[in-house]
Design a protein around this ligand. Structure first.
Ligand code: NDP
Length: 282
């Protein structure tokens, strides 16, 4: 039976040291500041944004939320981003996804100044990750890596399989694991015989968005399983992994909720504090 890799608990242990870094910056007159822009009324986004604001408050960060109507034009959104790019109180800018369909998420990510791109979704920060340089890392992949490191999971030379190839989770996670010298396979919706791949994995990361797609029959005995999926269903919040059967095979497994989610938000705080440190010590 697998041990639980408790992201909630680990993320909580990172709060105090981050609050201290934030307080040290504030004492120097550079209180870390995060601006979150929400466009439209997606109910899940509202919850995510509220949680981010609460965490800012808890750690002593300055935060503002800009809520724009769903019909906001790209021009108007860019004006707001440009203003925040210039605002010295703000060290991190995040545009909550998904955006209404008339807005191009990729163009929006490019508009944010790279030094304030605390989601790490712009070409500059993603390019640095690709080149193995230290830019701002996307929060979820960074959180996954930190969680694995906290549990002492060996990655070098191990077979990692990442299911999902999105720009915000799958691809950057694969790059980070490669940086840690894992041998990485990336699977996606066109992958044939998914199970053949996942059964090879010492580390399996699922970032798909299909409830319980991965059951125990996809998992190698003793594997480490990271479930990124957040799926709202009639049975409540479910991951991509069928927890009960997977836990029979895995050695270590993240729950949903309480696994990767809390790591994502704490990494956002860390990225904002790091951006403020760079601004303060430049
Ligand atoms: P996307 O929809 O952008 O990407 C999903 C990926 O899964 C795609 O690459 C897609 O393949 C692949 N895929 C879809 N169906 C299958 C299948 N049947 N078999 C194999 N691969 C498949 O999602 P995101 O990356 O943004 O998010 C993934 C999940 O993670 C979601 O549930 C999301 O809510 C959650 N999430 C959780 C976070 C957290 O903090 N815990 C943070 C961010 C996301 P293709 O490319 O071919 O279409």
């Amino acid at each position: 039976m697998a041990e639980i890799l408790d992201g909630k608990q680990f993320a909580a242990s990172l709060r105090e040291p981050l609050a201290q870094r934030a307080a040290a910056l504030t004492a120097r007159g550079c209180r870390p500041g995060l601006a979150v822009i929400r466009v439209g009324d997606d109910p899940a986004s509202e919850i995510y944004v509220r949680n981010k604001a609460r965490m800012c408050q808890r750690l002593g960060l300055f935060s503002i939320e800009l809520h724009l109507p769903a019909e906001t034009s790209e021009e108007r959104l860019f004006e707001e981003i440009d203003r925040l790019n210039q605002d010295e109180r703000i060290h991190g800018i995040l545009v909550q996804l998904p955006l209404p369909p008339h807005l191009d998420e990729s163009a929006v990510a490019e508009r944010i100044a790279p030094r304030k791109d605390v989601d790490g979704f712009g070409s500059c920060n993603l390019g640095m990750l690709l080149k193995g340089q230290s830019g701002i890392l996307p929060c979820t992949p960074k959180g996954i890596l930190r969680l694995l490191q906290s549990a002492g999971v060996a990655l070098s030379g191990k077979r990692a399989v990442v299911v999902g190839r999105s720009l915000i989770v799958g691809k950057p996670t694969a790059l980070l694991l490669m940086r840690e010298n894992a041998t990485v396979t990336v699977c996606h919706s066109r992958t044939e015989n998914l199970r053949e791949h996942t059964l090879q994995a010492d580390l399996l990361v699922s970032a798909v968005g299909r409830p319980e797609l991965i059951d125990g029959s996809y998992i190698k005995e003793g594997a480490v399983v990271i479930d990124v999926g957040i799926n709202r269903t009639e049975r409540g919040l479910l991951g991509d992994v069928h927890f009960e059967s997977a836990a029979q095979k895995a050695s270590l497994i993240t729950p949903v909720p309480g696994g990767v989610g809390p790591m994502t938000i704490i990494m956002l705080m860390e990225n904002t504090i790091e951006a403020a440190e760079l601004a303060a010590f430049k």
